[in-house]
Design a protein around this ligand. Structure first.
Ligand code: DQA
Length: 147
C-alpha cells in the first residue's frame, strides 16, 4: 500500500512543545517509527509537515495522482478551522484517519469541533505518539481488505 502521513501546524515543535500535553517524542521519531513499520511490511510511506494550509492542500491534490491508498492526518489547529483542507480531502476521495496526540475532548471547548471527524474513516485521539502507529495499523489492514 501507499500511505501518506500529513502533520499540520506547530507539530514540527514536538518534543519541546508543551510536553505535558503532547509528550516528549519528536516528529522525526514518529515518522521514523512509521517508516520502519512500512519498510518491514513492504509498504510505501511518505510524510509532510507544514505550517501552511496551502502546502497541505497541494500535497493532498498531488496524492490523487500518486495513487495514495490511505492518508493519516493530524491537521493540528486546522482541525478546528479549515473548511479548505476538509474540501481537499473530499475532493480527492482518499480515505483517511484523523489523529490527535492529545485528548481534545479534555481540553478547551474550541478544540471539540473538528471539520474532519464526520468524513474520516476513524479518529484516534489522546493516545500520544502511539496513536499514529495504531492509525497506520488500521490503514494497512483496510488496504489489505482485512477490516
Ligand atoms: C492536536 C490538537 C489540536 O487542538 C492542536 O491545535 C494541535 C495538536 C493534537 O495532536 O493533539 O496543534 O491536533
Amino acid at each position: 500500500a501507499n500511505i501518506l502521513v500529513l502533520h499540520g501546524p506547530n507539530l514540527n515543535l514536538l518534543g519541546t512543545r508543551e510536553p505535558g500535553v503532547y509528550g516528549a517524542t519528536t516528529l522525526a521519531d514518529i515518522n521514523r517509527r512509521l517508516e520502519n513499520i512500512c519498510r518491514e511490511q513492504g509498504h510505501q510511506l511518505s510524510h509532510l509537515q507544514s505550517n501552511a494550509e496551502l502546502q497541505l492542500i497541494e500535497r493532498i491534490h498531488r496524492a490523487a495522482g500518486e495513487s495514495v491508498d490511505f492518508i493519516i492526518i493530524n491537521p493540528a489547529a486546522f482541525t478546528h478551522t479549515s473548511v479548505a483542507l476538509r474540501d481537499a480531502l473530499l475532493g480527492v476521495n482518499i480515505p483517511f484517519i484523523e489523529v490527535h496526540l492529545s485528548n481534545v475532548y479534555k481540553r478547551e471547548a474550541f478544540r471539540h469541533k473538528s471539520y474532519f471527524s464526520d468524513i474520516a474513516e476513524g479518529v484516534i485521539c489522546g493516545l500520544g505518539a502511539e496513536g499514529y502507529q495504531l492509525a497506520l495499523q488500521a490503514a494497512l489492514s483496510r488496504c489489505a481488505g482485512q477490516a
